[in-house]
Each structure stands twice: as structure tokens, then as C-alpha cells.
Design a binder for this molecule. Structure first.
Ligand SMILES: Cc1cc2nc3c(=O)[nH]c(=O)nc-3n(C[C@H](O)[C@H](O)[C@H](O)COP(=O)(O)OP(=O)(O)OC[C@H]3O[C@@H](n4cnc5c(N)ncnc54)[C@H](O)[C@@H]3O)c2cc1C
Length: 409
């Protein structure tokens, strides 16, 4: 089947908090932007019933509600959405290719915001009971179905304990399997104190899952005491796993630099090892994985992609100029000495109009083009011919000196 090709300025892989924020920035910069999302717009944040730590919502907000606002804002700025799974990427050249089952999207820049997926326990029979067969990763999605039921939560981090407490509003009993010694948990102290007082929660310390059992649907979780080896079967309707996440980066293996654990490596501009390819949100190797930090990453990635595209256009048109000669004035608009020379350059623009290209690049707005040409001191006049930097003038920038360079070509 021939894939349909579509062209975009920016393609964003993943429609969670990071991808949606990047979309808002790109759309608002009037870039033709596409977000590809394989599951639910809003990503992992939609799994949680209440987000209390996202600034601007003092009363808290549901994950779905918050993500719905992000989605609306991205649509308002003209971002296109397609609900489909990205199957392959090719990022080598200037044209970045992102392929789905039916389409081939060609973009000037790509932002990877593919987030993470819940980690599994690895216990026996786990694969037989995933999702609608009794093992869940989403309290918001499955709480109501467990009204008056006995359930189990695996884990003791923030997500496990906070989601576990939310589940006590529905279930009659919530067992919590914790691998640590009694009283030790990985969550914050406030959550821990509240959970310990919750009469519906019962902690089973020093345990991990040995196996899952049931006839078609999960009905028993067999825990193992890691100190004694004792097996502890527990009847439950549903088992919720909250034991961390793995990055969705299989597609980028051998393409983008990543840590040993598969998280993408970026600098503070969200740049990956490939020009024009950015990563944002939980998919990155970073200190804190939350909505607030995913939003920050998405904003930076969107802004960086916009700058990259503008710089690339400037580089192609004004620097390479189809191999024709050009004079480029690199200046810093915040610097008086740089600004004072602008009339000199403008007079040359008029003098050489139609004969030789004379351009200005303001490094205060963005210094990527100057870096690419190899210029780091400003102001500077560069003479470029046949795609090569021929000469630079950093002092004594006068019309005569510039004319001399042009004549010496
Ligand atoms: C239960 C739970 C509770 C949480 N509670 C809080 C909280 O209270 N406060 C807080 O700040 N954070 C909380 N978090 C963390 C927060 O949800 C994440 O930090 C945030 O969602 C990260 O956003 P993201 O956009 O980087 O990734 P994600 O939200 O993971 O989004 C990535 C998206 O990319 C999509 N995707 C992946 N691969 C592909 C592909 N090949 N093609 C197309 N699409 C793809 C995925 O389907 C997903 O929708 C919680 C998380 C969970 C699971």
C-alpha cells in the first residue's frame, strides 16, 4: 500500500502534557503542526483522578479535566490531531520522516513527547490478566467498577498511595503490597500519614507479587514475603500496578541518544543529538517527571523548534543563497556598537541592490545561524561565496572595507 504523504512544519509524537504544550507553542507561532497520539489525548495524566500540584488550580483538577483544557488550547491555535500509532521514523536529513500505518509525514522539525508506560511486575501469568482481565494501571478509569469490591494496589510511591486512597472511596477494602519493611514507603510524608490512618487500607509489608491467578479473569494475587519466602494468596477483584514507568523509546533505539534505561538525552533546549529533533516530558532523562515539568519541557521544545525552522530558512536563503555571493552582517540588537553600524549596512544594501545579496542576522534573537557559520564575535561582517565563508570583518567595519572584500572575491 502506497502511503499518503503530508507535509508539516512540526510533527509532535505523543499527545500528553508535554506534546500538547509543545503544540500550543508551535501553533501559536503559526507553524503547521501535527500531534500524533496512539491512545488517549492527555496521556498518563488522564490516569489520575486528582492533580493537586499543578499551579493555577488551588482546588485541584481531575487529570482528564486538566488535559481537556490543554487539548482545547492546542486546537485553538490550529494544531492538527491524528489518533494513530507512529511506527517508524527517519531523522537523518533536513526532512524528518514520521510514518504511521497509512501515512508518511514529512516535517522540518520533530518533537518526541512519547512519555512512558507503566512498568509490569514480571510475575507469573501477568500477561494473561492485563487491562480488562483484572490488572489495571488507571484508578480513574476502573475505580467505579470496583465499588464495594476487594482490590490490591502494588507499590508505595506517590502514585500508588495517592491512587490507593482514591480507590478507598469506592472499594470496600484496599490491600497494599509494599516491598519494604513495616512503616517504610516511597511516597511523600503527607500521603503516608493519611494512608496509615485510612481504615480501608491494609498494608502487607515485605512483599512482592509471585503470581497472578484466575479463571479467565484475575481472582487471586499470590504475594511472597521477601524475608521469609512465605506465599500469601489474596482474593481480589482487581490489582492496580503503580510500580513506576518505562520510557516509550523503542522506536528511537539506534537513532537518538539515550541512557542505559532508555530515556532520551537532551540539553536544556530539549535538543537531542540530531538537529531539528527535540524531546520533551517523561521520555527525557530528568530529575522530576510531573505535569508541571512536562509543560516546561514542551514549551522549550516548541520554542526551540520554531527557532530552528526560522534559522534553517535564514541559513538556506541568506547564507547559502544558492551558492551566490552574499554579505551578512551579524549583529546584536541589544548592543549599541552593533546598532550604530546598521546604517552602514543599509547603505550597502541600497548600493548593491540586485547585484549581491546583503543581509542582516540579529544574534540577540537567535544565535544558531552565527554558530553554524562559525562566528562568535559580534558585530561581524561575513563574506560568503559558493557556500563557503570567505572572509570576516570584525573591526573597522566601513563601506570601503566591505567593498574591498567584495572586490577581492
Ligand atoms: C497514576 C498517576 C498519577 C499521577 N499523578 C500526578 C500528579 O498528581 N501530578 C503531576 O504533576 N503528575 C502526575 N503524574 C505524572 C504525569 O502524569 C506525567 O508526568 C505526565 O503525564 C508526563 O507527560 P508526557 O506528555 O511527558 O507523557 P505522557 O503523559 O506519558 O504522554 C505521552 C503520550 O505519547 C503517546 N505515545 C507514545 N508512543 C507513541 C507512538 N509511537 N505514537 C503515538 N503516540 C505515542 C502515549 O499514548 C501518551 O499519550 C501521574 C501519573 C500517573 C500514571
Amino acid at each position: 500500500m502506497e502511503k499518503k504523504t503530508e507535509y508539516y512544519d512540526v510533527v509532535i509524537i505523543g499527545g500528553g502534557s508535554a506534546g500538547l504544550t509543545a503544540g500550543i507553542y508551535c501553533g501559536r507561532a503559526r507553524l503547521k503542526t501535527l500531534i500524533l497520539e496512539k491512545a488517549l489525548i492527555g496521556g498518563l495524566a488522564t490516569y489520575t483522578n486528582e492533580i493537586e500540584n499543578y499551579p493555577g488550580f488551588p482546588e485541584g483538577e481531575t487529570g482528564l479535566g486538566l488535559m481537556d483544557l490543554f487539548h482545547k488550547q492546542a486546537k485553538k491555535f490550529g494544531v492538527d490531531f491524528k489518533l494513530t500509532d507512529v511506527k517508524a521514523v527517519s531523522f537523518e536529513g533536513d526532512e524528518k520522516v514520521v510514518e504511521t500505518f497509512r501515512n508518511k509525514f514529512i516535517a522540518k522539525a520533530v518533537i518526541v513527547a512519547s512519555g512512558g508506560k507503566p512498568r509490569l511486575t514480571g510475575a507469573a501469568n501477568e500477561a494473561n490478566y492485563l487491562y480488562d482481565k483484572g490488572i489495571s494501571f488507571c484508578a480513574t478509569c476502573d475505580a467505579a467498577a470496583n465499588t464495594d469490591k476487594t482490590i490490591m494496589v502494588i507499590g508505595s510511591g506517590d502514585a500508588a498511595i495517592e491512587e490507593g486512597m482514591f480507590l478507598t472511596k469506592f472499594a470496600k477494602k484496599v490491600f497494599v503490597s509494599v516491598m519494604h519493611d513495616e512503616g517504610k514507603m516511597d511516597c511523600n510524608e503527607i500521603a503516608k500519614a493519611q494512608a496509615m490512618l485510612n481504615p480501608k487500607m491494609e498494608f502487607i509489608w515485605n512483599t512482592v507479587v509471585e503470581r497472578f491467578e484466575g479463571d479467565g479473569h484475575l481472582d487471586t494475587v499470590v504475594l511472597k514475603n521477601v524475608r521469609t519466602g512465605e506465599l500469601l494468596p489474596q482474593k481480589v477483584e482487581t490489582c492496580f500496578l503503580f510500580i513506576g514507568y518505562l520510557p516509550n523509546t523503542e522506536l528511537f533505539k539506534g537513532v537518538l541518544e539515550m541512557t542505559r534505561n532508555g530515556y532520551l538525552i537532551t540539553n536544556e533546549r530539549m535538543e537531542t543529538n540530531l538537529p531539528g529533533v527535540y524531546a520533551a516530558g517523561d521520555v527525557r532523562d530528568k530529575f522530576l517527571k510531573q505535569v508541571a515539568t512536562a509543560v516546561g519541557d514542551g514549551a522549550i521544545a516548541g520554542y526551540a523548534a520554531e527557532k530552528y525552522i526560522a534559522e534553517e530558512e535564514c541559513y538556506q536563503k541568506q547564507i547559502l543563497n544558492d551558492g551566490n555571493p552574499s554579505i551578512v552582517y551579524f549583529y546584536n540588537a541589544a548592543d549599541a556598537a552593533s546598532r550604530d553600524l546598521l546604517p552602514v549596512i543599509e547603505s550597502l544594501e541600497a548600493e548593491y541592490d540586485g547585484k549581491i545579496s546583503v543581509a542582516r542576522v540579529d544574534v540577540y534573537k537567535s544565535d544558531g545561524v552565527a554558530k553554524r557559520v562559525g562566528i562568535s564575535a559580534f558585530p561581524c561582517v561575513a563574506f560568503i561565496n559558493r557556500n563557503q565563508l570567505v572572509k570576516t570583518l570584525e573591526t573597522n567595519i566601513t563601506p570601503e572595507a566591505i567593498r574591498t572584500i567584495i572586490q577581492s572575491r
